[in-house]
Design a protein around this ligand. Structure first.
Ligand code: MRU
Length: 352
């Protein structure tokens, strides 16, 4: 970390709290006008909270799922970790099925299962320590990525970001928003634009609110204004997060990311993907093998519960898309920066 800069003053929001008894989740369906917490006391309640987007963002759903395993474990009796792992199998599967695209969910659950299988009599303690470690490592990775990503950005730059990749989507600090936090703190980023991110409005409801909490000035644009913004010269980088990065560098992220990458290439802008190594999925060779979550068309047919579209209209609501690696200038993880990702570079960084 750049010790001279106080990043903490740019990082106030937290999406989840472990109380020792329960997992409390900041209800992201209600932001920005209602700051309410939802208390989960069972694995199933955590799975439902993930499904309903009470907690969202790839790293945050992995962390929530890890605490979901700790809560599920309260319902079983076992003499050792291996027995507990067998008894928790159905709970692990239910948590894993909550959302399909972000690999962090399966990754965190695999870590929890490994921790169980390698533990003995105090398997409950081992589970709790592992969930804490997953959260702590995420926060540390985000701070590291903030430094690495900001180092790529030149002084007096403007950036455009998509969805919410901030403290709300992680253990804190954020991925793409962490780079933006660091770049602003260092005085390099002087213009921040966030797009609305239709249909769930993660940009409009969450990102600009989160930045406002930290005193970071940001300008909201309609998704459809992005190319026009790029043409003005106000932004030099598009900085986004990821839900799954494949072995060839193809990257799944919130729907609309792909068209931003195409537009960035057309305008000669740079495109950065920022994600912890827990988002890298070397077992998936390329983006066309990723399952893309489709959500209720109702998310498109109205806003805030008010119908805006005539009855009888059909809607299609895929909520992620895949940006081919050829459109990505840099993938930033806590392990370092991969410029112009290729299968060979990914293998060198994450293989084995
Ligand atoms: O549907 P969401 O809001 O969970 O989608 C989130 C995103 O696509 C984020 O960009 C991604 O998870 C990275 S969050 C650090």
């Amino acid at each position: 970390m750049n010790e001279a800069i106080d990043y903490a003053c740019y990082d106030h929001v937290r999406p989840l709290k472990w109380t020792g008894e329960a997992l409390e989740l900041l209800d992201q369906r209600k932001l920005p006008f209602h700051v309410e917490w939802v208390r989960c006391t069972s694995g199933d309640e955590v799975a439902e909270a993930i499904r309903q987007l009470i907690v969202r963002g790839a790293p945050a759903i992995g962390i929530a799922a890890a605490w979901g395993v700790v809560l599920a474990a309260r319902g079983i009796v076992a003499d050792n970790g291996a027995e507990a792992a067998r008894k928790l199998d159905v709970d692990l599967q239910r948590l894993n099925a909550a959302r399909p695209t972000a690999v962090n969910l399966a990754w965190a659950l695999a870590r929890m299962r490994d921790a169980l299988e390698n533990s003995g009599h105090d398997w409950r303690g081992a589970l709790e320590l592992e969930a804490l470690a997953i959260a702590d490592e995420d926060l540390a990775a985000n701070r590291r990525m903030g430094e690495l990503g900001a180092a790529l950005i030149e002084a007096n730059s403007g950036v455009l970001t998509h969805c919410n990749t901030g403290s709300l989507a992680t253990a804190g600090f954020g991925t793409a928003l962490g780079v933006i936090r660091a770049g602003v703190a260092q005085g390099k980023i002087t213009r921040v634009f966030a797009d609305e991110t239709r249909p769930w409005l993660q940009g409009a409801r969450l990102t600009v609110w989160e930045l406002q909490q930290d005193g970071i000035d940001a300008t909201l644009i309609a998704d459809s204004a992005a190319s026009h913004l790029m043409k003005t010269g106000a932004v030099q980088w598009v900085v986004v997060g990821a839900d799954r990065i494949c072995a060839n560098g193809d990257t799944a992220n919130k729907i609309g990311t792909y068209q931003l990458a195409i537009a960035a290439k057309h305008h000669g802008l740079k495109f950065m993907v920022v994600a912890p190594s827990s988002t890298v999925d070397m077992a998936t060779a390329s983006g066309d093998l990723i399952e893309i979550e489709e959500r209720d068309p109702a998310e498109l047919l109205g806003i805030g519960g008010v119908r805006t579209v005539a009855e009888g209209i059909r809607a299609w609501n895929p909520v992620f898309d895949v940006t081919p690696s050829g459109l990505i200038d840099a993938i930033v993880t806590e392990r370092g920066v991969i410029g112009n990702p290729t299968p060979e570079k990914m293998e060198a960084a994450f293989g084995g």
